[in-house]
Write a protein that binds this ligand. Sequence first.
Ligand code: F7E
Length: 322
Amino acid sequence: MKKALITGITGQDGAYLSRLLIDKGYEVHGVVRRVALEDPEHRLWRLRPVMDKINLHSGSLESYASLFDVVEKIKPDECYHLGAQSFVSYSFEDEFSTISTNINGTHYMLSAIKNRAPKCKFYFAGSSEMFGQVREIPQKETTPFHPRSPYGISKVAGFELTRNYREAYGLFTCNGILFNHESPMRGYEFVTRKITSAVAKIKLGIAKELRLGNLDAKRDWGFAGDYCEAMHLMLQQDKPDDYVVATGETYTVKEFVDAAFRHAGLNWEDYVKIDEKFYRPSEVHELKGDASKAKKILGWQPKVNFEGLVKMMVDEDIKRLS
Ligand code: F7E
């Protein structure tokens, strides 16, 4: 039985990936902070359906010793390093902790694997935020990076560390360059879930308005469940490599808002207010990915389209609140 170790297992992608790996017969292990183990009701809610099928270990991305111990104890065959401070907006407020946790966390994991499980295949959760002020449209693996936030900068450093461990030490390390991926398990701070949960509240008479920032930003939005399949496929190849994972379609935040309200039979212009507070000091205006390499080599393509994603999220939020 193959053993997989997931950092960031309590997040959206951790939840989808652990289900996928359990279904494939893996023994799944996750690193979680001690506070999460002490407060499972609030912090482990996404893992509730698989709690009896996974093994959780206390550890922190800020502690090399804790990660080293987990790697030493489990000796995983595959490691999916998803853990990070992943909210771009917050990275402007606390740039020091975002940069140190995200970069050191990746470095610690790579080093622990090199020292204690050098045959382990490693996946790093790179991000389209690395492209930032984009140099070309669509963005592919060869597009130069120009990050626009402390979060984006930390992901570029993680990407380079991951590539360097491959080139310098011969480790099997892959970078996924994942564009925005959403689901009913998305955190409420991200714009898609903020919108769909507000639509549900407005529909049910619990809220009256939704305050948002820049409605003109364009994103390439896919379904998180599809993107976790791509992560797994990267580690099943003969050679390690880096891959863009995206739908190739781009929509503005306004188009997402319109589709979500429309699906609930509402007109967004009656409820949405612009609030300067949600604007970013430097914005990423347009992201659109070219995932043709993932399609060709991994045989991967997304199954859920934009309309399907919006409906899935709105329906689930209405169901949950009803
Ligand atoms: O913002 C605009 C905002 O926070 C999307 C993370 O998973 O994907 C995600 O990063 C857009 C931005 O995601 C609000 O200015 C308008 O242009 O949902 P978001 P993100 O920053 O694109 C990448 C690939 C990652 O790697 C990240 O970890 O929406 N926007 N009004 C707003 N955004 C938020 N959050 N809240 C608003 O009220």
